[in-house]
Design a protein around this ligand. Structure first.
Ligand code: NI
Length: 173
């Protein structure tokens, strides 16, 4: 496995709609493995392929808590086929918007169809934190970041903080 370069806001690949995958083969599994390693290395709980510069509909998620056994999930061509009317607000962060967090409102639960690591069709009901993580990552495949889902004022404040943090750390992004 290899760690991949993370693409951060405002890289244009993060705004692009990602392409569907034709088949799940070894090359694709290698990419999924590398995405998972990259996510773990940065203590993330979800990562979408555009965040590593690949415009394909691929997501990895692991919502296991600290000290728990890892529970990696691989979602190929994930699609939300149902969303609850009930909404929930939770705090989100993103490896592509490092160090920042904001409250986002989303449907509390969603039903998702996808292909798994072996290319088999799956359907799950995602609730609680998994619902948040899955919707956040699937948004990435449509070029949407969580900061697009907060008020303009909050977004401006968050982006200012991001800029300041980058200046302080000497990052050139
Ligand atoms: Ni993200």
């Amino acid at each position: 496995m290899a760690q991949l370069k993370l693409y951060e806001y405002p890289h244009p690949i993060l705004k692009k709609k990602a392409e569907k995958v034709d088949k799940v083969d070894d090359a694709l599994r290698k990419l999924l493995d590398d995405m998972l390693e990259t996510m773990y290395a940065d203590n993330g709980c979800g990562l979408a392929a555009p965040q590593v510069g690949v415009s394909k509909r691929l997501v990895v998620i692991d919502i296991a808590g600290e000290g728990e056994e890892p529970r990696p999930m691989y979602l190929v061509n994930p699609e939300i086929v149902w969303a609850s009317e009930e909404k929930e607000i939770s705090e989100e962060g993103c490896l592509s918007v490092p160090g920042q967090r904001a409250e986002v409102e989303r449907p509390a639960s969603v039903r998702i169809k996808y292909l798994d690591y072996n290319g088999e069709a799956q359907e799950i009901l995602a609730e609680d934190f998994l619902a948040v993580a899955a919707q956040h990552e699937i948004d990435h495949l449509d070029g949407v970041l969580y900061i697009d889902r907060i008020s303009r004022l909050k977004r401006q404040m968050l982006l200012k903080k991001l800029e300041k943090a980058r200046k302080e750390s000497g990052s050139k992004i």
